[in-house]
Design a protein around this ligand. Structure first.
Ligand SMILES: NC(=O)c1ccc[n+]([C@@H]2O[C@H](COP(=O)([O-])OP(=O)(O)OC[C@H]3O[C@@H](n4cnc5c(N)ncnc54)[C@H](O)[C@@H]3O)[C@@H](O)[C@H]2O)c1
Ligand SMILES: O=C(O)C[C@H](O)C(=O)O
Length: 345
């Protein structure tokens, strides 16, 4: 059998473990809301293997105590607890959390867009955001539930209404787009994907996902370029189709979510120069009415440290960005309008 120490040693390298032991006094409670789902379970597993996490708190409307009991047998130091689906349960789960990951909600089926999930997921995210605003207003909130372009503004409005909004602490998780863009170029160029880090900006759906290949020194042409862009923008659909109605990306998303949480923990524990692309309250295109935008973001002890500008792009990439901004504005306004009209209880 593969011992947990071996797993954590292979997932987390020697340098990382050394860095961690230098900061091992840090206590980091990480909460997962939607922990019994397709993403929630492998994400919780990866967080249990992360030596930076000291307490793992799992919540779901069903099954969280079972997932917690299972994961808690893994021989890493962190404690794990699954909470009952009650107001007290979610409150206890969130109290003291430094990071809250939210993959709660329904996934797509073939033929659906992420926006088709809005009617169901908007209220799930709104209600969980209310709990977070009340129980852990200073936590970093990581939104995975789709449509991310709209669920992040919904969360922001809930925190604003509660008087606890800190734009530095709210993140739409777009890491999977970067993971895909990097993997797909490595397949075309026969390079090691571990050495690829393609910047992806914009948002997290179709045309709002804009990979900036030129910034990595790549220039694709013709059909190869079109196919690459389409694959990055519609990589999620590839998985939805392949799963044939059984959901969307879960395992790759768990890896991406765990990577983003790890980056935040590293930054919180004093590591400098930690940069991840993420969808945040951003000044970059506010003059065009686009108030949230994903670009490279430097993370620090207080969440967002510095939002990097998009940088130099080709004329072709600028064309993609123009389409992205138009769609994003619509997605953001939809979320903000809905939550104003549906403030919940
Ligand atoms: N950001 C991204 O890159 C990305 C990638 C993949 C999937 N997603 C999105 O993540 C979401 C979850 O996907 P999944 O495959 O894990 O779905 P899933 O149906 O397998 O799991 C969702 C879980 O959320 C739980 N849940 C529902 N309502 C809840 C509530 N009010 N409180 C707590 N838990 C609740 C369900 O019980 C379930 O266990 C979907 O919206 C999907 O579109 C986002
Ligand atoms: O495609 C989806 O619906 C899930 C997710 O957003 C993804 O990019 O895989």
């Amino acid at each position: 059998m593969f011992a947990a120490r071996q797993v954590s040693q292979s997932v987390f390298g020697a340098a990382q473990r050394r860095a961690f032991s230098a900061t091992s006094n840090n206590l980091s409670k990480v909460a997962v809301l939607g922990a019994a789902g397709g993403i929630g379970q492998p994400l919780s597993l990866l967080l249990k293997l992360n030596p930076r996490v000291t307490e793992l708190a799992l919540y779901d409307i069903k099954g969280a105590p079972g997932v917690a009991a299972d994961i808690s047998h893994i021989n890493t130091k962190s404690t794990v607890k699954g909470y009952d689906p009650t107001p007290e349960g979610v409150r206890e789960c969130l109290t003291g959390a430094e990071i809250v990951l939210i993959p709660a909600g329904v996934p797509r089926k073939p033929g659906m867009t992420r926006d088709d999930l809005f009617n169901t997921n908007a209220s799930i995210v709104r209600d969980l955001a209310k709990h977070a605003a009340a129980s852990c207003p200073d936590a970093n909130i990581l939104i995975i539930s789709n449509p991310v372009n709209s669920t992040v503004p919904i969360t922001a409005e809930v925190f604003k209404a509660a008087g606890v909004y800190d734009p530095k602490r709210l993140f739409g998780v777009t890491t999977l787009d970067v993971v895909r863009a990097s993997r797909f170029i490595s397949q075309l160029k026969s390079t090691d994907p571990a050495n690829e880090n393609i910047t992806v900006v914009g948002g997290h759906s179709g045309a709002t996902i804009v990979p900036l290949l030129s910034q990595a020194g790549y220039s694709l042409e013709g059909a190869e370029k079109d196919e690459y862009i389409k694959r990055v923008q519609f990589g999620g659909d590839e998985v939805v189709q392949a799963k044939g109605g059984a959901g969307s990306a879960t395992l790759s998303m768990a890896m991406a979510g765990a990577r983003f949480a790890e980056s935040l923990l590293k930054a919180a524990q004093g590591e400098k120069g930690v940069i991840e692309p993420t969808y945040v309250d951003s000044p970059l295109y506010k003059d065009q009415g686009v108030t949230y935008f994903a670009s490279q973001v430097e993370l620090g002890p207080n969440g967002v440290e510095k939002i990097h500008p998009v940088g130099k792009v080709t004329e072709f990439e600028q064309g993609l960005l123009d389409v992205c901004l138009k769609d994003l504005k619509t997605n953001i306004e939809k979320g903000e309008k809905w939550v104003k009209e549906n403030p919940g209880n």
